[in-house]
Design a protein around this ligand. Structure first.
Ligand SMILES: Cc1cc2nc3c(=O)[nH]c(=O)nc-3n(C[C@H](O)[C@H](O)[C@H](O)COP(=O)(O)O)c2cc1C
Ligand code: SF4
Length: 372
């Protein structure tokens, strides 16, 4: 059976271990989307902390698909220089870096996009967001597909080790898949085949740009946990189609801001082992659909014992964490050195607060590894 600190192969990429930093918005970019020295330091700390793979925060592919003013951009050539600094910082410490690309769709924010309308498959308001988005035209859909490809090309040019499509948490790719958010009657809506078309066309355009040797992954909502929205019936179909087209790996996630905190992507109050790995049932369904594809499980991963028993069962191949690595960027090294105590993160979600104030994310809990 595979062990946590054994290498994992994802396409052409070999990771030193099976621990992944899941994409985490930092709130530290300049308002034009360029990288700052703080972001370089944060990536250095993560890479030297021993995590096998870092997935960047959600990098925007189009100005109109921005959610936060301090979100890193990949939608313009002037972003390449800063992205190159991030990749170099990670590689210098022996790490690997995959760039997550996103269009925030109906969850985009006018204040971050320079006053532009949020766009979505249909004019259906995203729960928790103030506006009804404007429904995309087919020409706009085609333009956005090309923007995903161009952003992936910039990421590759900057020296990243791969690309991850953000197909989770209610953003544009997952909106297209959702029967309640996508009410189109053209070839991008209606049947499951049509609702999958956007993600498949984005994948094909990205693959064409980056070529066969750069890994392309997706973070996929296996279930939105919202009435009449995406379930495993939808996500397993899309997973199979993407894998048939050449996708290299899947990070299994779930929930959207509209699912409510208890069923969202980042759930609070992970206290005991049975609270952990809360998308494991969904990962089982994806595993059954695409048994030979590397799967990474995210959501409440906090302890080695839980990961080891999931690995023993062969249900997934790797584990991604967000909040534990905000609190302890050196957690993988700590575990590898023999301190097996669980992640110190108490899953309070307080790290969003300073970011909301424009100060960037940080753990707000006082602790010896986080002197306040
Ligand atoms: C501060 C913060 C920012 C996040 N930003 C992103 C992001 O940019 N892209 C993404 O796919 N998920 C993002 N997430 C969700 C995480 O990647 C992850 O799916 C979720 O937090 C569950 O994992 P955890 O229990 O290890 O935190 C973010 C989560 C947090 C706490
Ligand atoms: S504030 Fe700290 S303890 Fe709370 S969720 Fe964020 S990283 Fe974890």
């Amino acid at each position: 059976m595979a062990q946590i600190f054994e290498p994992l192969h994802v396409g052409t990429l070999t990771l030193n271990n099976r621990l992944v930093r899941s994409a985490t918005w930092e709130g530290m970019a300049k308002h034009d989307g360029t990288v700052t020295p703080r972001l370089v330091q944060l990536h250095e700390a993560l890479a030297s902390g021993g995590v096998g793979l870092i997935i960047s925060s959600y990098l925007t592919v189009h100005p109109q698909g921005r959610q936060n003013a301090d979100q890193i951009g990949a939608h313009d050539d002037h972003h390449i220089e800063g992205l190159t600094q991030l990749a170099a910082a990670v590689h210098q410490h022996g790490g690997k870096l995959v760039g997550q690309v996103v269009h925030c769709g109906g969850q985009s924010n006018r204040a971050a996009s320079g006053g532009l309308d949020p766009l979505a498959p249909s004019a259906v308001q995203s729960p928790g967001y103030p506006e009804v988005p404007v429904a995309l035209t087919v020409d706009q859909i085609q333009e956005i597909i090309q923007c995903f490809a161009a952003a992936a090309g910039r990421i590759q040019q900057a020296g990243f080790d791969g690309v991850q499509l953000h197909g989770a948490h209610g953003y544009l790719l997952s909106e297209f898949l959702s029967p309640s958010r996508n009410q189109r009657s053209d070839r991008y809506g209606g049947s499951l085949e049509n609702r999958s078309r956007f993600a498949l066309e984005v994948y094909a355009a990205v693959r064409q740009t980056v070529g066969p040797n750069t890994p392309v992954l997706i973070k996929l909502n296996a279930n939105d946990f919202m009435p009449r929205s995406t379930t495993e019936a939808d996500s397993t179909y899309l997973a199979k189609r993407l894998v048939a087209a050449g996708l290299d790996g899947i990070e299994v996630s779930g929930g959207t801001p509209g699912s409510g905190k208890r069923l969202g992507a980042a759930r609070p109050g992970i206290k005991i082992p049975t609270d952990e790995a809360y998308f494991l049932p969904q990962a089982r369904a994806i595993r059954a659909a695409v048994p030979d594809t590397p799967l990474i499980l995210v959501g409440g991963i906090r302890s080695l014992g839980v990961m080891e028993s999931i690995l023993d069962e062969g249900l997934v191949d790797g584990f991604a964490m967000s909040r534990p690595l905000i609190r302890e960027p050196g957690l993988p090294a700590r575990w590898q050195q023999g301190d097996r105590s669980p992640a110190h993160c108490i899953s309070c979600l307080g790290c969003f607060r300073p970011a909301g104030l424009g100060e960037g994310i940080r753990c707000v809990q006082a602790h010896p590894d986080n002197p306040q």
